[in-house]
Write a protein that binds this ligand. Structure first.
Ligand SMILES: NC(=O)c1ccc[n+]([C@@H]2O[C@H](COP(=O)([O-])OP(=O)(O)OC[C@H]3O[C@@H](n4cnc5c(N)ncnc54)[C@H](OP(=O)(O)O)[C@@H]3O)[C@@H](O)[C@H]2O)c1
Length: 367
């Protein structure tokens, strides 16, 4: 294979890996493509819940055609016996000729060992093809591995004068295309986090409503330290269908509400003070690898002020709402106070009656 062909097949593997994003924790979302004589003979991606692994799926599809083939995999194949046998061993048994790996796994049980196992079996190994693109796909998994915390993205929709409420019967600042993009973001994260203020004001569902992707809704997390959520809130009523966690400082001994919520399918998470960092640590400990913060002013400002946000998706409408509406943050310099020095990765414009700008911002140290 030429380097250009390697890049082409690895990009295909990365696209497959993205299918599992937000759905494979605590395992990484990996993609795998098996190529024999320039023909794809097997593809795979990590299944929901993290198993089977991408390599296992691709090898099963390839069958005997894996013998002598080249395998493209976005993350180093595992080398340890967990709940499944090591993928490096499965590749060896299938007698593949070459394995191209985008990034090494930082999991101490694997790091370098998967590659060594392949090389010991005489398999050619190339490392680092499309490494940057693959690292972005595995960012949440890697961040939790390094810090114990999930990757944090903030999504916010504002008017030109940075207001987040409309005070009209129509609660949305954004148009339908921007909202659909928001649903894609939900689907790509492991959990959505909002505050009790938003639940009380809007009674949102916080699910993914894109046709065909309804089953991919992430875990819904509501930070409600005083346990004010009503039992008839939409997120509570649907907690049996979509995982719903309430983060609170009020124990069941203090308030029987918690037991009623649990009966309705809600999972209670008890924290001490419930500051944003404590919530992040608790979510990381429960295996959450990435969160999308979709809160109102309180939660947005708490998240941005914590210094633990890596990405911000800022939808900005071009109309002004006026001083009567709620600002995105209380700081006198607005959102730019928190986003100073961030890299702006993308800007899109949608003409949909009103034009909408989407700024995808990345915290400078985040790669
Ligand atoms: N345009 C948009 O993108 C957008 C998105 C979502 C919501 N909104 C709008 O925002 C408005 C609600 O704003 P909001 O500020 O009341 O809602 P919020 O940010 O969703 O929730 C605020 C509440 O979260 C709790 N909280 C938990 N941890 C906190 C912390 N570290 N710092 C501050 N608060 C914390 C507080 O209640 P406890 O102390 O009781 O825990 C606080 O009252 C609604 O009108 C909604 O429509 C707009």
């Amino acid at each position: 294979m030429t380097p250009t062909q390697d890049i082409r097949w690895m990009r295909y593997a990365i696209a497959l890996a993205k299918r599992g994003r937000g759905r494979t924790a605590e395992n990484p979302a990996v993609g795998c493509v098996i190529v024999q004589k320039n023909q794809v003979v097997g593809v795979g991606w990590t299944a929901d819940g993290g198993r089977p692994h991408a390599e296992t799926e691709a090898l099963a599809r390839a069958g005997d055609r894996a013998k002598g083939a080249t395998v493209y995999v976005t993350l180093e194949p595992c080398s340890h016996y967990g709940k499944t046998p090591p993928c490096a061993r499965a590749l060896t048994r299938a007698q593949v000729k070459r394995v191209v790996v985008a990034t090494l796994d930082e999991d101490r049980r694997v790091s370098g060992r998967g590659v060594a196992m392949l090389q010991q079996a005489g398999i050619l190994v190339t490392i680092g093809v499309c490494a940057q693109e693959a690292a972005e796909t595995h960012a949440g998994f890697m961040r939790r591995l390094r810090t114990g915390l999930p990757l944090v993205s903030v999504k916010i929709a504002t008017s030109k004068d940075e207001k987040i409420t409309t005070h009209s019967a129509q609660p949305w600042i954004t148009g339908v295309q921007a909202r659909n993009f928001g649903h894609i973001l939900r689907r790509e994260h492991h959990a959505i986090v909002t505050g009790i203020g938003t639940v009380l004001a809007d009674n949102p569902m916080l699910n993914c409503r894109l046709a065909g992707l309804e089953h991919t809704s992430p875990v819904r997390v509501i930070i409600d330290r005083q346990l004010r959520i009503p039992l008839d809130a939409a997120v509570v009523r649907t907690a049996m269908q979509i995982p719903t966690w309430i983060v609170t400082s009020i124990t069941q001994q203090e308030h029987p509400h918690g037991a009623l919520l649990q009966k309705m399918g809600v999972q209670m998470m008890y924290v001490h003070k419930g500051d944003f960092m404590e919530v992040l640590q608790a979510l990381g400990a429960k295996g959450i690898t990435s969160i999308l913060v979709e809160g109102g002013q309180g939660i947005t400002e708490a998240a941005l002020g914590s210094g633990c946000v890596q990405q911000c998706y800022w939808f900005e409408a071009q109309h002004r709402i006026g001083t009567h509406a709620m600002p995105a943050v209380l700081h006198k310099d607005g959102l730019s106070h928190y986003l100073q020095g961030w890299q702006c990765r993308e800007t899109m414009l949608w003409e949909n009656g009103d034009s909408m700008r989407l700024l995808c911002l990345q915290e400078s140290s985040h790669t």
